[in-house]
Design a binder for this molecule. Structure first.
Ligand code: ADP
Ligand code: MG
Length: 542
């Protein structure tokens, strides 16, 4: 409410809440920092789990940053902006969510300190932006190129990504599965390789153990063989993939045919039978022994197919039909007349198997398939869910590295090195912006600090030791190995990460911190207001 000549002037709708200046800033800082604090204890291999219970009473046990923030339903708008970082990070690169949220929180803490020292928000804003630009350059300098044939490096980033998940004992197997899957489906783009997750199907099934998870060089289709007289297993499969109905389709128009004698009626029936039979004849003539049909298969056709020993599956989802073409090399046939050996796909084995309580069709042993499947198993639903998140992290790390084949050292090594070089850079800037760049550098060191804290180590001591290591020539690769509790060469310890994941996280964290720094007025309409459209997507704009 403004006052003109002693009279109140209302410019906002009744019931609107408004906070300006210091109190608005303070509230935003606090909310955003509080969100970041929630996930801090879950960072890294020694991070703690959270047990989350949703409004329906379903439980989730995880230390996955994005999952935690998803479940806790943050209400405060500034807090929501931080949650968005995790979502964006998850959608864009799939891992590094906790890291980016923790960095954002720390940047905001530092920004608040500067704000309390009456340093103008524009100075903080521009200082942070300069720091980010510089940090990206430093990241380019310290990252190492990886050869696409160097499979071990890809497995290393998968293992590092999984270090912080609870799948004791299955790491090695998951790293292998994730690497093989990504390598199998990667395609050559204009600027290097690309990976489309649509070509990797993940099927989760509780029962058995995590170690029984497997990669299928082909597909799994959640369907059964349509007729009990058909084989349940076909080796050396020649596969028809069709989107035509294997039945006589009803016509749109109603026509009336007068049947005058029983012979004529029999003629009709025979004719229909012949048409159905000729469908199967064409399939047999093409040399096929497996049929995947998007539509229905008439009972009579099923009988004939069974007599000919052809394994058939009906009503296969369109998306699976498409994956089948990529996995087996089949062409989708619309008219059976067009069938010939060329249009058939190939798989070493097509088999109906029982997985848990369900029957599924496994199409495996495909030649150079462009779509693959991963069957994730686990003792119970909760374990299977966490195993799935774990597989997702491994796949994301390998995908990120295939698309941008550069690694950085983990265990806080990269952050300590960037911080060190940023401080040197800050000195060249001078003025108050220098302060902002310096606190940005300090904020990055939150990563090794929290890793150490979560591991029950003395964070101050570890950070001091790390800094000392990085001051020595060639010290860039030194980080904290939480498995030994020692500061080590991270490349030797194979604790390495894809550059792309940290880079994306740093961009989002900086952007959101800067957005919050610039807010000095919070106006909340009396009705439920929506949060910002898409903050933290890492696309920096003025
Ligand atoms: P995020 O959600 O950001 O991926 P994580 O909980 O997965 O968070 O933790 C990732 C961090 O854990 C990275 O900084 C990574 O370098 C670190 N890390 C992974 N393995 C180790 C290890 N053996 N010792 C120390 N740090 C590790
Ligand atoms: Mg991770």
């Amino acid at each position: 409410m403004a006052q003109i000549g002693g009279y109140p002037v209302y410019i906002l709708k009744e019931g609107t809440e408004r906070r300006t200046g210091k109190s608005a800033k303070e509230e935003n800082f606090s909310a955003a920092i509080a969100v970041a604090e929630t996930v801090k204890t879950s960072l890294g291999p020694k991070g703690m789990n959270k047990l989350l219970v949703d409004s329906l009473g379903d439980i989730t046990i995880t230390n996955d940053g994005k999952t935690i923030l998803d479940e806790i339903e943050v209400q405060h708008p500034a807090g929501k902006m931080v949650v968005e970082i995790a979502k964006t990070q998850h959608d864009k690169v799939g891992d590094g969510t906790t890291t980016s949220v923790v960095i954002a929180g720390e940047l905001l803490k530092k920004a608040r300190e500067l704000d309390n020292q009456d340093i103008h928000q524009n100075v903080i804003f521009h200082g942070f932006r300069k720091a980010l630009v510089k940090a990206e350059q430093i990241l380019n300098d310290i990252s190492k190129a990886v050869d696409i044939g160097d499979i071990e490096s890809f497995k290393n980033v998968a293992r590092t990504a999984m270090n912080s998940k609870n799948i004791a004992g299955a790491q090695e197997r998951f790293a292998e599965i994730a690497t093989n899957a990504i390598m199998q489906v990667k395609t050559q783009g204009d600027k290097g390789y690309l990976v489309d997750f649509d070509n990797i199907q993940i099927i989760k099934k509780a029962g058995k153990s995590i170690k029984d998870s497997e990669l299928i060089q082909g597909l799994i289709i959640d369907k059964e063989v349509v007729h009990s007289g058909m084989p349940k297993k076909v080796e050396d499969a020649k596969i028809v993939v069709t989107d035509a109905a294997l039945e006589i389709e009803k016509t749109e128009i109603t026509a009336e045919v007068q049947v005058k004698s029983p012979i004529q009626l029999q003629g009709f029936i025979d004719n229909e039978e012949n048409m159905l039979k000729s469908m199967v004849d064409k399939i047999v003539a093409a040399g096929a022994n497996v049929v995947f049909c998007q539509k229905g298969i008439d009972d009579t056709v099923q009988d004939y197919l069974a007599k000919n020993g052809i394994l058939s599956v009906r009503r296969v989802k369109r998306s699976d039909i498409e994956k089948l073409t990529r996995a087996t090399g089949a062409k989708i046939t619309n008219r059976l007349e067009d069938l010939d050996p060329e249009t058939l796909g190939y798989a070493g084995l097509v088999e109906e198997k029982k997985v848990g309580k369900d029957h599924m069709i496994f199409i495996s042993g495909c030649r150079d398939p462009k779509a693959v499947s991963i069957l994730v198993r686990g003792g119970g639903t909760n374990i299977t869910e966490e195993a799935d998140r774990c597989m997702h992290d491994a796949l994301s790390a390998v995908k990120a590295l295939v698309e941008l084949p550069e690694i950085i050292p983990g265990g806080g090594a990269a952050q300590v090195e960037i911080a060190k070089r940023l401080r040197e850079y800050a000195g060249t800037i001078g003025g108050k912006e220098q302060l902002a760049i310096e606190v940005y550098a300090d904020a990055l060191e939150i990563i090794p600090k929290v890793l150490a804290e979560n591991g029950g180590l003395d964070a101050v001591e570890i950070l001091a030791d790390l800094r000392a290591k990085h001051d020595v020539e060639g010290g860039v690769v030194f980080g904290l190995n939480l498995f030994s509790g020692q500061i080590e060469n991270m490349e030797d310890a194979t604790i390495v990460e894809p550059k792309a994941i940290f880079l994306q996280g740093l961009r989002s964290a900086t952007e959101v911190a800067n957005m919050i720094v610039k807010i000095d007025d919070v106006i909340i309409a009396s009705k439920l207001s929506k949060g910002p459209k898409n903050p933290g997507n890492g696309d920096f704009e003025d």
